[in-house]
Design a protein around this ligand. Structure first.
Ligand SMILES: Cc1cc2nc3c(=O)[nH]c(=O)nc-3n(C[C@H](O)[C@H](O)[C@H](O)COP(=O)(O)OP(=O)(O)OC[C@H]3O[C@@H](n4cnc5c(N)ncnc54)[C@H](O)[C@@H]3O)c2cc1C
Length: 634
């Protein structure tokens, strides 16, 4: 076990795993015949980086983390505004859903990060605890004792290192963490967003709140906090938790550009026990194995985690049998209960180009901003796109615009996690956000984008497999807008009506151009250019699916529950039916939370690391077997 030289990232599996044509079948065989660690983390993404870092803090244990993608050391994963340039590259799993029957039968593009840091390296950096009642719901409604907001707060704080920024509305520092590994603060905010959009939200009755991440809840309109470091760089889970110092730890190995194809079990005992992982560098290539004495943790994210579990024999028996996979545990909830956040088509307002960031989509015009960012760490390239947002309830009677114009049968029910928790978010963006950023404003034109998001969907989807081949993509069917009450769409009608009023507010006017009035839903500026009071529900319903899109927040596909009947993992995140296997990522959320999930994933991973460390120390202190060694076997 020596210190690493050269790059600590290992892309040759032979340097951290053992080549073999056959998988080990017993713990004894695995631990004597393959490279062995105490912990193996599958996926060096958002949760995986936290786990690898925290577990390897104990120099007595050895940790291997294996990431299918490569390094996060690329400009687009560092300069906040540029993350969209990683979509559809080799840093993206580049998923697509099945055709969504209630969304014009369109397939939906689902980017997921395929690099160290996972989605936290390619996302919009919006830092959000969501609603405190979301976690109380986990505890009270889903029986997940130990996961209430009061209990989670400690992990949010443990993770965070907040740096106040001059010139920003001050926040109460008692609610912010100061000693954590993950850096948070405020990014560049445009005037059109910070004053125009925020002022517009206030005009319609949404109060300003400087901090949506406090025990007081998340209602209001805010200048979003981001995960940005004081040098203007993205603070992803990789940059925060796998720092150069952490990467050099002799007890941590980081494998990259290698796929974990399945988990291997010892089935000689009364209960199957996870003992090893199988790896491949490319489809049909040499197989490698690495073993774990203490625990294997699956952190592949909400799409890949259920896929890996199913390929390993844990999932609905009928699905596994269909593809000739031997069932280790018939676990009916693997891949089920999928919830995502879904947006309507974006409302586009024609803005004065000097007030938006559309010019930065031209590489040439972006050069001065790039130079500024590289030298000072400041300027518009630190904008995170989701710079300002508002959270409110679709049934809030203080927002009469929601109700006055909506037909009785289209009025939504509020399914927030408590009576005060939001079910709608509006995001205001100083740039054209169309087709996930792929369609830009015309040269010389400026666009301010506003979009509502349904935060508490009732539509429930599925992730499943289409074969036993790990290189075949998982099948994703979120079943958007299919809930029996059609409430998901009704919530968005309410959201759109508020958006339109904000778009037409006095506060935004000084930043916008004039366009001719039109009531034609095919006009590029509709519904901003229409008479808000004459827009019908039917028009909104016809328009909203045209370019509606995911907000990239799938959860719950390996959810935590009180038994295998309602969950995949128990309250310590152990997989039901086997020993030695944990899941830790967004897939374990029992229910969708009302906002942006990265902070929650990181808090969950902080808690999971603590659970695992406590478990190891209690079993080593109670173990009577003096030969059981916690030392690395590299
Ligand atoms: C474009 C975009 C914008 C977003 N914006 C925000 C935002 O502003 N704020 C916010 O809070 N959230 C945002 N999110 C959501 C948030 O980033 C994710 O919910 C969260 O990061 C998920 O963390 P995770 O650990 O569950 O999965 P991931 O971070 O996706 O990690 C999974 C990791 O496992 C790896 N992996 C998967 N399978 C294997 C395998 N078989 N072998 C080896 N490695 C494997 C993957 O490559 C990946 O690195 C956004 C997401 C996206 C995609």
């Amino acid at each position: 076990m020596g210190l690493f030289t050269a790059s600590p990232l290992l892309s040759n599996p032979a340097s951290f795993a053992t080549a073999s044509e056959v998988a080990p079948i017993s713990a004894q065989q695995a631990f004597s015949g393959t490279k062995t660690y105490d912990y193996i983390v599958i996926g060096g993404g958002t949760a995986g980086c936290v786990l690898a870092s925290r577990l390897s803090e104990n120099p007595k244990v050895s940790v291997l983390v294996v990431e299918a993608g490569g390094t996060n050391n690329v400009l687009e994963a560092q300069a906040p505004l540029t993350f969209g340039k990683l979509f559809k590259t080799d840093k993206d799993w580049n998923y697509e859903t099945t055709p969504q029957r209630n969304v014009d039968s369109r397939k939906q593009f689902w980017p997921r990060g395929k690099l160290l840091g996972g989605c936290s390296s390619i996302n919009a950096m919006m830092y959000h605890h969501c609603s405190p009642s979301d976690y109380d719901e986990w505890a009270k409604v889903y029986g997940c004792e130990g996961w209430s907001y009061k209990e989670m707060q400690k992990y949010f704080k443990k993770a965070e290192q907040f740096t106040p920024r001059k010139g920003r509305v001050p926040v109460d520092l008692k609610n912010r963490g100061s000693n954590g590994m993950w850096k948070t603060g405020h990014s560049y905010i445009s005037e059109i967003g910070g004053k125009g959009f925020v002022g517009g939200c206030q005009e319609v009755g949404i109060p300003f709140t400087p901090d949506v991440n406090t025990p007081a809840g998340t209602e209001g309109v805010t200048h979003f906090m981001t995960f940005i470091d004081p040098n203007g760089r993205r603070s992803s889970a990789a940059t925060a938790y796998l720092t150069p110092e952490v990467q050099k730890r002799p007890n941590l190995k980081i494998g990259v550009e290698v796929m974990v194809t399945r988990v291997i079990f010892d089935r000689t005992g009364s209960k199957p026990r996870a003992i090893a992982i199988e790896l491949e560098k490319e489809k049909g290539g040499q197989r490698f194995y690495a073993s774990a004495k203490t625990q294997i943790i699956v952190s592949g994210g909400s799409v890949n985690t259920p896929q890996t579990l199913m390929l390993s024999g844990i999932g609905p028996k009928a699905t596994l049998s269909k593809y000739g996979i031997e069932t280790i545990v018939d676990s009916p909830n693997v891949g089920e209960n999928l919830k995502d956040h879904f947006c309507t088509t974006t409302i586009l307002c024609k803005a004065k180009p000097s007030h938006t960031l559309d010019y930065l989509t031209s590489d040439l015009k972006a050069m001065p901003a790039l130079a500024r960012w590289m030298v000072t760490g400041g300027g518009p390239l630190t904008n995170n796109i989701g710079e300002c947002a508002a959270f409110f309830r679709s049934t809030d009677t203080r927002l009469p615009v929601v109700h006055k114009l909506t037909k009785e049968e289209n009025k939504p029910k509020h399914y927030g996690s408590d009576e005060r928790a939001p079910d709608i978010e509006l995001i205001g963006t100083p740039i054209a956000y169309i087709d996930h950023g792929a369609t830009t404003a015309k040269p010389g034109e400026g666009i301010f984008s506003i979009v509502p998001i349904g935060l508490r969907p009732k539509s429930t989807g599925q992730v499943t497999i289409s074969s036993a081949d790990p290189w075949d993509k998982a099948v994703i069917d979120p079943r958007y807008w299919t809930d029996p009450e059609d409430n998901d769409r009704k919530v968005l009608i309410a959201g759109l009506r508020v958006c339109i009023k904000v778009a037409q507010s006095e506060a935004l006017k000084p930043y916008l151009e004039d366009v001719p009035k039109s009531n034609d839903i095919n006009n590029e500026w509709w519904p901003w250019c229409a008479d808000a009071d004459k827009i019908t529900d039917d028009q909104l319903i016809a328009w909203m699916p045209k370019k509606s899109f995911t907000l990239y927040h799938p959860v719950a596909t390996a959810r935590m529950g009180t038994s295998i009947e309602n969950g995949v993992v128990d309250l310590d995140l152990n997989v039901y039916g086997v020993d030695g296997l944990t899941v830790c990522d967004a897939s374990i959320f029992p229910e969708q939370i009302s906002g942006h999930p990265t902070a929650c994933v990181i808090a969950v991973a902080e808690k999971c690391s603590e659970i695992l460390a406590n478990k190891a120390s209690s079993s080593s202190s109670s173990s009577s077997d003096a030969n059981v060694s916690n030392q690395a076997h590299l």
